[in-house]
Design a protein around this ligand. Structure first.
Ligand SMILES: Nc1nc2c(c(=O)[nH]1)N[C@H]1C(S)=C(S)[C@@H](COP(=O)(O)OP(=O)(O)OC[C@H]3O[C@@H](n4cnc5c(=O)[nH]c(N)nc54)[C@H](O)[C@@H]3O)O[C@H]1N2
Ligand SMILES: Nc1nc2c(c(=O)[nH]1)N[C@H]1C(S)=C(S)[C@@H](COP(=O)(O)OP(=O)(O)OC[C@H]3O[C@@H](n4cnc5c(=O)[nH]c(N)nc54)[C@H](O)[C@@H]3O)O[C@H]1N2
Ligand code: SF4
Ligand SMILES: [Mo]
Length: 732
C-alpha cells in the first residue's frame, strides 16, 4: 500500500476474502493499481459488513517482501536460483516425462492444500490432472479435517459435497461440538458474522451449548460442557440412546425423510450410558438433560467441526451428529440442519460427471478406501517408500504446507527427500517448498479471478459473486490454474476429467475453468440459459456487478427430495460401515496410557490460518509466542509453573514449547497447543517468532487414523510433559 499522490480517481471494487470459509465481502479502494485500503463490505448479503483482521491486512501479504515473485530452482547446495517460467516448466515437463516413462503416469502425485479451495481454476485443474493421469495419488488437506464429512454425505445423501449446514439464524437450540467459530469464523458452514449469529440465538431466548475440552473463546460466550478429547462419538451415541429410549424421537420425520432407520435401534442397543459417561467425562444426568432439551426444542441444530472430525472416530461422530439432527426432526427445516443453495450447482454437476463417491478403489499400501477420488495424506510416506507398481515418485504440492500441517511431519519430510521430483506452488519459501526442486509462485486471491467455489454450497444467506482480479499480479507470478495447465501441456494431457476432454486436447481445444464454470452456471438453476431467461445469471453479468447478489434471505427448507442424489431420494441411513464403526467404538479403550497420561488437542489462533499469515507484522503481534495451555491441577502435578518452557513427548516425537500458560479453561487431563508453528524457510518474520511443530508429535500410522475415511488423528493424542525451567536456567 502506498500513499503517493496521483491524479487518477480512486475506485472501489467489491470482492470477497479468500482466506477462510467465511468468504467475507470486502471493498478494495484502488488508485493506479495501488491498494489504498481493504474494508468490510456493508452491502454483502452474508457477511453484512464484517471482516476480520486477516482479510483486512491481506494487502500486506500481496506486498510482502519475502514473497516469491519468480520461479525458483533448487541447486545442489540447497539454495535457490531464479529461472524463467519457460525454463522451469520445460525442465519440469522433461523430468516428469522421464519419470512417466519408467514408472507410469500413476507414479505422479498431487497434493491439494487449503488455499486451492479459494481458486476454482486450480481446484478444477487439480482434479482434472489427477483424472487425466489416472493416478491414485491425489491427496488433500481435507484428509486432515473433513474426510469423514465427505464420506458420510456420500453414503447418506448420495454426494460427497452435499453437506447440511446449521440454520443458526433461526434456531432455538444450537449444539456446538468441537468448533470454535469465535476464532475460526466457521468451517463447513459459510455463516457470515458467525459469532454474532450465534449470539443472536441467546438474544432471542434460545440456547447455545458448546462441547469442548477447553473453555474456548466460543464456550466463554455460551453454556459450556467440557468433554474428554475424542469423547464425541460416545456423547452423541448416548444422547441418541436417551432420545430413543424415552420416546423423544420424531418417528414421522424418520419415516418420511429416511430409509434404513431401523439401523439406529441396532446401533444403540449395546450403548451404555454409564460407559459413555466415563468415556466422555460427562455425568449421565448431564447427557440425559442435554438430550431431552435438544429433542424438546422447537428447532435445534447440532453442528460439529475439527474437535470431533480429526480423531479416531471422525466418521462415526459425523454420522451420529447427522442422525441426531435427523431423528429429532430437524433436517431440512427452519432452524435445523439444512441444505444450502449454491449459485452454481456443483454437487449436481459433479454427480453427473460421476466424480463423487466412496470406496470405488483402495489405496495401494494401506488399503484405505478412496474418498471423493482422493487418498489420505497419512499414507504418503509409505506410498513413497514402498516399491512396486504405482509407487509415488513425483509430487506437485499446491497451496499446502504439509511439512508442518500434516501428521508425522518429520517422517513426511524424510519421505519427500526420496522423491525423484518435488514441485511446490506457493507464495513463500515454506517448510515444504524449501524442499522442492522447483517453487512456482502463484498469484494471491487479490490478483486473480474468483468465485467462492467451495463456500457457496454452505452459505447461510444464498448469494452469487464472481469477481475479476482486483489488482495486477506482482512480479512474475501466475495463476495456479495456469501453472497446472502449462505442466499438463508438457506431459501431453488436458487437466480435465469430463468425457472427451483428452480428445478435445488433441484438437488443440482446452476449455478454460472459467468457461466450464460459466456453462455450469448458465445451464443451472440460477442461470440465464444463454438468454432464454434474461433475469438469470452468467459469469459476465456477475463480473459486471460490483458486489454480491442475494438469492434468498436464508437457507432453503423443504428441499430434501430435490437435493438428494440417492436412488430413493431419501436419506440412506443403513450402511454396514456404521455397524462396524459402532462395534469398534464400543471395543475401544479410553483409558489413558500411564506413560503418556495427558491428552493434547490443537488450538487455532486469531490472525493466523493454519501454518501461514505469520509473516505479516500487523498480524504477528509483538508478544506472539506459542503457549501450551494446562489446567492448574495438572501444572501442580507435573511441576509446571506459569511461563515455563515445556517439553512435550509423545510415542512419536518430542518438542519444546516456549511457554506454559496455566488456566482453568482446560479440562483437567487435557492440554491445548496451537498448531502451525516452528517455521523454517524464507518467511523471515515467521521463522523469527520460533515455537515448535505440533505435528512432530502426531503419527501417520494407518491404524491410528479414522479407519473408514483415512482421516488423520491429531487431536486427543497421548503425551507427557516436563518443565524445562531448570534445564534452560542451567544453559543460560
Ligand atoms: N483464526 C483462524 N481461523 C481459522 C483457521 C486458523 O488456523 N486460524 N483455520 C481454518 C480451518 S482450515 C478450519 S478447518 C477451521 C476450523 O474451525 P473450527 O473447527 O471451528 O476450529 P478449531 O479451533 O479447530 O475448533 C475445534 C475446537 O474443538 C476443540 N476440541 C479439540 N478436541 C476436541 C474433542 O475431542 N472433542 C470436542 N468436542 N472438542 C474438541 C478445541 O478445543 C477447539 O475449540 O478454521 C478455519 N479458520
Ligand atoms: N496438529 C494439527 N494439524 C492440523 C490441523 C490441526 O487442527 N492440528 N488442522 C488441519 C486442517 S483443518 C487443515 S485444513 C490443514 C491445512 O493444511 P495446509 O493446506 O497444508 O496448510 P496451510 O497452512 O493452510 O497452507 C497453505 C499454504 O498455501 C500457501 N498459499 C497461500 N495462498 C496461496 C495461493 O493462492 N496459492 C498457492 N499455491 N499457495 C498459497 C501458504 O503460503 C501456505 O504455505 O492442516 C491440518 N493440520
Ligand atoms: S473471517 Fe475469514 S473470510 Fe472473513 S475476513 Fe477474516 S479471514 Fe477473510
Ligand atoms: Mo481445515
Amino acid at each position: 500500500m502506498n500513499n503517493k499522490r496521483s491524479s487518477s480517481p480512486r475506485i472501489d471494487k467489491k470482492l470477497f476474502c479468500g482466506v477462510c470459509e467465511s468468504s467475507c465481502g470486502l471493498v478494495a479502494t484502488i488508485q493506479d493499481d495501488d491498494l489504498i485500503k481493504l474494508r468490510p463490505d456493508p452491502g454483502h448479503p452474508n457477511s453484512k459488513g464484517f471482516a476480520c483482521s486477516k482479510g483486512l491486512a491481506f494487502g500486506a501479504v500481496r506486498d510482502d517482501s519475502d514473497r516469491v515473485l519468480q520461479p525458483l530452482k533448487r541447486t545442489d547446495d540447497g539454495s535457490f536460483v531464479a529461472v524463467s517460467w519457460e525454463q522451469a516448466l520445460d525442465e519440469i515437463g522433461e523430468r516428469l516425462n522421464a519419470i512417466i516413462k519408467v514408472h507410469g503416469r500413476e507414479s505422479i502425485g498431487l497434493y491439494q492444500g487449503n488455499s486451492v479451495a479459494w481458486n476454482f481454476g486450480a481446484f478444477l485443474n487439480l482434479f482434472g490432472m489427477a483424472g487425466a493421469l489416472k493416478t491414485k495419488h491425489l491427496y488433500s488437506a481435507a484428509s486432515i479435517d473433513i474426510n469423514g464429512y465427505w464420506l458420510v454425505s456420500q453414503l447418506l445423501y448420495g454426494s460427497n459435497f452435499l453437506n447440511p449446514v446449521p440454520d443458526i439464524a433461526r434456531t432455538d437450540f444450537m449444539l456446538c461440538i468441537g468448533a470454535n467459530p469465535a476464532v475460526s469464523h466457521g468451517s463447513m458452514a459459510n455463516i457470515g458474522r458467525f459469532r454474532d449469529t450465534m449470539l443472536g440465538v441467546t438474544a432471542r431466548g434460545g440456547r447455545v451449548v458448546v462441547i469442548d475440552p477447553r473453555r474456548s473463546e466460543t464456550a466463554e460466550l455460551f453454556e459450556h460442557l467440557p468433554i474428554r478429547p475424542n469423547g464425541d462419538a460416545w456423547l452423541l451415541a448416548a444422547m441418541l440412546k436417551v432420545i430413543f429410549d424415552e420416546g423423544l424421537a420424531d418417528l414421522g420425520a424418520l419415516q418420511r425423510q429416511t430409509s434404513g432407520s431401523e439401523i439406529i435401534t441396532d446401533l444403540l442397543a449395546p450403548v451404555s450410558l454409564a460407559q459413555a459417561s466415563d468415556a466422555a467425562g460427562i455425568p449421565v444426568a448431564d447427557i440425559q438433560q442435554l438430550a431431552r432439551d435438544f429433542a424438546a426444542a422447537p428447532s435445534a441444530c447440532a453442528y460439529g467441526r475439527c474437535g470431533m472430525s480429526i480423531g479416531p472416530f471422525a466418521t462415526l461422530s459425523k454420522y451420529l451428529l447427522d442422525v441426531l439432527n435427523i431423528a429429532t426432526g430437524n433436517l431440512d427445516r427452519e432452524g435445523g440442519w439444512c441444505f444450502a443453495r449454491p449459485f452454481i450447482d456443483l454437487e449436481a454437476l459433479m454427480h453427473q460427471l460421476k466424480s463423487t463417491g466412496y470406496d470405488r478403489w483402495r489405496t495401494r499400501v494401506d488399503g484405505f478406501p478412496e474418498v471423493a477420488g482422493t487418498a489420505p495424506v497419512v499414507s504418503i510416506p509409505r506410498e513413497i517408500t514402498t516399491p512396486g507398481k504405482g509407487q509415488l515418485r513425483a509430487m506437485m504440492v499446491i497451496g499446502a504446507n504439509p511439512a508442518t500441517s500434516s501428521p508425522a511431519a518429520g517422517e513426511l519430510r524424510d519421505a519427500f527427500k526420496q522423491l525423484d521430483l518435488l514441485i511446490s506452488q506457493d507464495i513463500y519459501i515454506t517448510e515444504t517448498s524449501r524442499m522442492a526442486d522447483y517453487i512456482l509462485p502463484p498469484t494471491t486471491w487479490l490478483e486473480r479471478e474468483g468465485f467462492p467455489i467451495f463456500t457457496q454450497s454452505h452459505s447461510g444467506v444464498p448469494h452469487a459473486q464472481w469477481v475479476g482480479p482486483t489488482l495486477k499480479a506482482r512480479g512474475d507470478v501466475r495463476d495456479d490454474a495456469w501453472i497446472m495447465d502449462e505442466i499438463s501441456k508438457r506431459i501431453g494431457i488436458v487437466p480435465a476429467d469430463f468425457p472427451g476432454a483428452q480428445l478435445l486436447g488433441k484438437l488443440g481445444l482446452r476449455p478454460s475453468p472459467s468457461f466450464l464454470m460459466d456453462v455450469g452456471l448458465r445451464t443451472g438453476p440460477e442461470g440465464d440459459w444463454f438468454g432464454l431467461r434474461p433475469s438469470g445469471l452468467s459469469r459476465k453479468k456477475l463480473l459486471n456487478n460490483n458486489g454480491a447478489i442475494k438469492l434468498a434471505n436464508g437457507l432453503p427448507t423443504g428441499v430434501l427430495n430435490k437435493r438428494m442424489f440417492t436412488k430413493d431420494k431419501k436419506v440412506n441411513l443403513d450402511h454396514a460401515l456404521f455397524r462396524t464403526e459402532m462395534a469398534r467404538l464400543l471395543a475401544s479403550s479410553f483409558a489413558q496410557d500411564e506413560n503418556y497420561p495427558l491428552s493434547l488437542i490443537s488450538q487455532r489462533e486469531l490472525r493466523s490460518q493454519n501454518t501461514w499469515l505469520h509473516n505479516i507484522s500487523k498480524l504477528v503481534v509483538a508478544d506472539r509466542v506459542q503457549r501450551l495451555r494446562i489446567h492448574p491441577t495438572d501444572a501442580a502435578r507435573y511441576g509446571i509453573e506459569e511461563g515455563d518452557p515445556v517439553e512435550i513427548s509423545s510415542p512419536y516425537g518430542q518438542i519444546r514449547v516456549p511457554e506454559a500458560r496455566i488456566s482453568d479453561e482446560m479440562m483437567p487431563g487435557s492440554l491445548a497447543l496451537p498448531h502451525g508453528w516452528g517455521h523454517e524457510g524464507g518467511w523471515q518474520r515467521a521463522v523469527a517468532v520460533g515455537g515448535a511443530g505440533y505435528n512432530q508429535l502426531t503419527t501417520n500410522r494407518a491404524d491410528s487414523a479414522d479407519l473408514p475415511s483415512g482421516n488423520a488423528t491429531v487431536n486427543g493424542i497421548s503425551v507427557r510433559i516436563r518443565s524445562l525451567r531448570d534445564v534452560v536456567e542451567m544453559a543460560s
